[in-house]
Design a protein around this ligand. Structure first.
Ligand SMILES: C[S@@+](CC[C@H](N)C(=O)[O-])C[C@H]1O[C@@H](n2cnc3c(N)ncnc32)[C@H](O)[C@@H]1O
Length: 410
């Protein structure tokens, strides 16, 4: 596997780990196709938004002249949206620049024959727009309140359980599966914990690699995350308002910090038993095809005495997606399974109100009523929910080889 010239977070490397599912050649081919499909989505953004803008312009021009005259600001706002899209495209180009060499142990070969490239799907474009909004959540001043509601409870709990006056926190290992753009994992590394983020989506991986490794100047970059929202705007200028990022210098981790990102499917990458002191999941467990598979994996990889901290809703990402396994359990059912498996639930709050990539000026705003818990794998292990052979089951997952989750409602 090729080494990259591109550094991973804080001098580490991005690794791409995957268990091979079909024959290695097919697997590599599918992986390459997927990689290029996402690169193509990044490149197609401007054209996609311009089509939306042109459509809006056509609709407007179809109005009677009398109505058009009553709305003197509409066309200039569309021009502004178009300029913002051009700017977003420049940032997206910067994000995918050099992404070919981003993974230390994976090569994606030559670009596909452009004649064979199909237009990006609405699904991929929606995913890209969600990724742009994720910059607000993770790396802008505007996302601070949201981070305080989502990440702070997790961080505070880790500090309570592993306080720096009682632990050498550099020896406390924390895994953040579904790390998104990496801010939670980065904050934990900043506090001195050994922290690894894990992420599956190329949209997120390209973007986190960019912000963590190639951005240093505070608030030097601009995105226009709300230009895709044509409804529920109180003012036209709300749609084209900028956000600046990063609100901190991502390179400012202490030199001694141990921070890494690993790409791949959580259940496939993490199989080494008793490896982690803490697993922190935020808005993650509902990305599962079968959430019990996640619960079992977390149980397995936690050291005896280790803790799982979770905050999030249960907005199952594969619900209603054709040909995808999706087991949609209530929190009550998940909780019962966790207890049966052996977890001790030490802290539990069933109503933590948070937002997710919220547009705080929108006339439509979602609030998630999240569950928050701390579950411990007891130091003295007892097994009351094992398979007959004493092994934790690892049922085959019924997923397609490469599939980006949906970001429903985000
Ligand atoms: C709703 S987002 C939450 C991101 C981040 N934790 C946050 O709170 O902003 C869920 C993330 O999990 C990632 N994800 C989904 N399935 C995954 C899997 N099997 N392994 C690793 N990451 C996964 C998605 O790509 C997405 O970035």
């Amino acid at each position: 596997m090729a080494e990259t010239s591109e550094e991973g977070p804080q001098g580490g490397q991005y690794f791409r780990k995957e268990r091979l599912k079909c024959n290695p050649e097919d697997e590599a081919r599918l992986e390459r196709q997927h990689f290029w499909r996402i690169i193509h989505a990044f490149r197609s953004y401007r054209v996609h938004v311009q089509e939306q803008v042109k459509r809006a312009e056509r609709q407007f021009r179809s109005l009677s002249q009398r109505h058009q005259n009553l709305l003197p600001g509409v066309l200039s706002n569309l021009t502004r949206i178009s300029q913002c899209a051009d700017h977003n495209q420049e940032v997206l180009q910067a994000i995918i620049h050099n992404s070919l060499h981003m993974f230390e142990n994976m090569e994606y070969g030559e670009r596909e024959d452009p004649r064979k490239v199909r237009p990006s799907s609405t699904f991929d474009m929606d995913k890209l727009k969600s990724t742009i909004k994720q910059f607000v959540r993770d790396w802008s001043e505007a996302g601070r309140a949201e981070r305080d509601s989502c990440y702070k409870p997790i961080i505070q709990e880790i500090q309570r359980l592993f306080p720096s006056d009682q632990y050498d926190v550099s020896k406390v290992s924390v895994l953040v599966p579904g790390a998104g753009l990496g801010r939670l994992a980065w904050e934990l590394a900043r506090l001195g914990y050994t922290c690894q983020g894990n992420e599956w989506s190329f949209f997120m991986l390209f973007s986190s690699n960019f912000v963590l490794n190639r951005c240093e100047k505070v608030n030097a970059l601009t995105l226009y995350p709300w230009i895709h929202q044509f409804s529920n705007n109180k003012k036209s200028s709300d749609q084209t308002r900028p956000i600046r990022f990063p609100d901190v210098n991502p390179q400012s981790l202490p030199l001694t910090s141990d921070f890494s990102m690993v790409a791949g499917d959580f259940v496939e990458v993490y199989s080494d038993p008793e490896s982690w002191d803490c697993v922190a999941t935020c808005f993650f467990i509902d990305t599962a095809h079968n959430v019990i598979e996640y619960v079992e994996t977390i149980w397995k990889i936690l050291k005896p005495g280790g803790v799982w901290i979770n905050l999030g809703p249960l907005l199952y990402h594969f619900e209603n997606i054709a040909n995808e396994l999706s087991i949609e359990l209530s929190y009550e059912d998940i909780r019962a399974a966790m207890v049966k498996l052996g977890f001790d639930i030490e802290v539990e709050k069933e109503s933590v109100q948070t937002t997710y990539t919220e547009n705080d000026r929108s006339m439509l705003r979602y609030v998630y009523d999240c569950v928050f818990f701390v579950a411990r794998k007891p130091a003295e292990l007892y097994f009351n929910c094992q398979e007959d052979d004493g092994e934790l089951s690892s049922s085959p997952s019924a997923k397609s080889p490469r599939r980006e989750c949906t970001d429903r409602l985000t």
